[in-house]
Design a protein around this ligand. Structure first.
Ligand SMILES: NC(=O)c1ccc[n+]([C@@H]2O[C@H](COP(=O)([O-])OP(=O)(O)OC[C@H]3O[C@@H](n4cnc5c(N)ncnc54)[C@H](O)[C@@H]3O)[C@@H](O)[C@H]2O)c1
Length: 279
């Protein structure tokens, strides 16, 4: 029996990357999935893949920046499958990039609308149907970029930090309803979001991002889907208000010592005493 047997899940950004992997994983574990995205073609492919594997899924075209469309998305889950147990607010973009003095108000607002306001809508409209279901699990994709600064990604980093604290405040309020609210902070994951706009794409970037953290491979969408599955399942029944870091060790520190010659050099060894004795 699957870990999500009998449950109904909404996944936003389900056409690609983390959302796609999570929708497939949820369905494989027995959940009925409402796959939401602006990318109709990609989302329909995911729905077809789930159906071909014997699972249940439908596509709902939704712009997560629109409150009425997010409300309609949640209503579709209840109409189609009779209840709501899991909402995964995952859709995203990188948004505004570049120096802070050149960042426009419009790009700032668009970034926050997709990354933060959409999460508010997803949480808000999940509350009533989850109360009716006797509880539920709301998951959002934040980022390790929300835990420290990100070079020239001012809006992204700030928006993801907001998702982490919105997760905490919602968790405090909704615990009494047995609604758990958590977010995932992925490290650098090999998805179209990261490949896009980089010369050479996936082939060029994956070897580089594979060296950035303790575990020397590029993060995969399935690494995040595994955490989403845990948070969605009853195994996480005492986990709420958490920002779960899944980053191959990126936030633990750099797996090399610049002081001893760079990325591929062996690090320091032996014993280093007081600096005045070392000459
Ligand atoms: N890839 C990474 O390294 C990484 C790291 C940390 C966090 N994240 C976050 O993970 C989430 C998923 O990113 P991904 O890497 O899978 O990217 P992706 O581009 O592969 O997938 C994102 C999906 O969101 C959809 N989307 C974008 N705007 C939307 C909107 N307004 N309404 C509905 N759907 C919309 C896109 O069409 C796309 O299918 C994002 O929130 C992103 O910020 C990604």
């Amino acid at each position: 029996m699957g870990k999500l047997e009998g449950k109904v899940a909404v996944v936003t950004g389900a056409a690609s990357g983390l959302g796609r992997a999570s929708a497939l994983r949820f369905a494989k574990e027995g959940a009925a999935v409402v796959a939401a995205d602006l990318n109709s073609h990609g989302a329909e492919l995911v729905v077809a893949e789930i159906a071909a594997a014997g699972g249940r899924a439908v596509y709902q075209r939704s712009d997560v920046t629109s409150e009425s469309e997010v409300k309609a998305l949640i209503e579709r889950a209840v109409r189609e499958y009779g209840r709501l147990d899991i909402t995964y607010n995952n859709a995203g973009v990188i948004g505004a990039m570049g120096s802070i003095d050149s960042t426009s108000e419009a790009d700032w607002d668009k970034t926050f609308a997709i990354l933060t306001k959409a999460v508010f809508f997803g949480i808000k409209h999940s509350v009533q149907p989850m109360r009716k279901s006797g509880g539920g699990s709301i998951i959002s994709t934040a980022s390790i970029a929300g835990m420290s600064g990100s070079f020239r990604l001012h809006a992204y980093s700030a928006a993801k930090a907001a998702v982490i604290n919105l997760t905490r405040t919602a968790a405090l309020e909704l615990g009494r309803d047995k609604i758990r609210v958590n977010c995932i902070c992925p490290g650098i994951i090999s998805t179209p979001l990261v490949h896009g706009g980089i010369p050479g794409g996936k082939e060029a970037i994956d070897p580089l991002i594979g060296k950035a953290q303790a575990i020397q491979r590029a993060g995969q969408a399935e690494d995040i889907a595994n955490m989403a599955l845990f948070l969605a399942s009853d195994e996480a029944s005492w986990v709420t208000g958490a920002a779960m870091v899944v980053d191959g060790g990126f936030t633990a520190g750099q797996p090399f010592s610049l002081a001893t010659g760079g990325l591929d050099q062996p690090g320091p060894a032996g014993y280093s005493g007081p600096s005045f004795e070392r000459g």
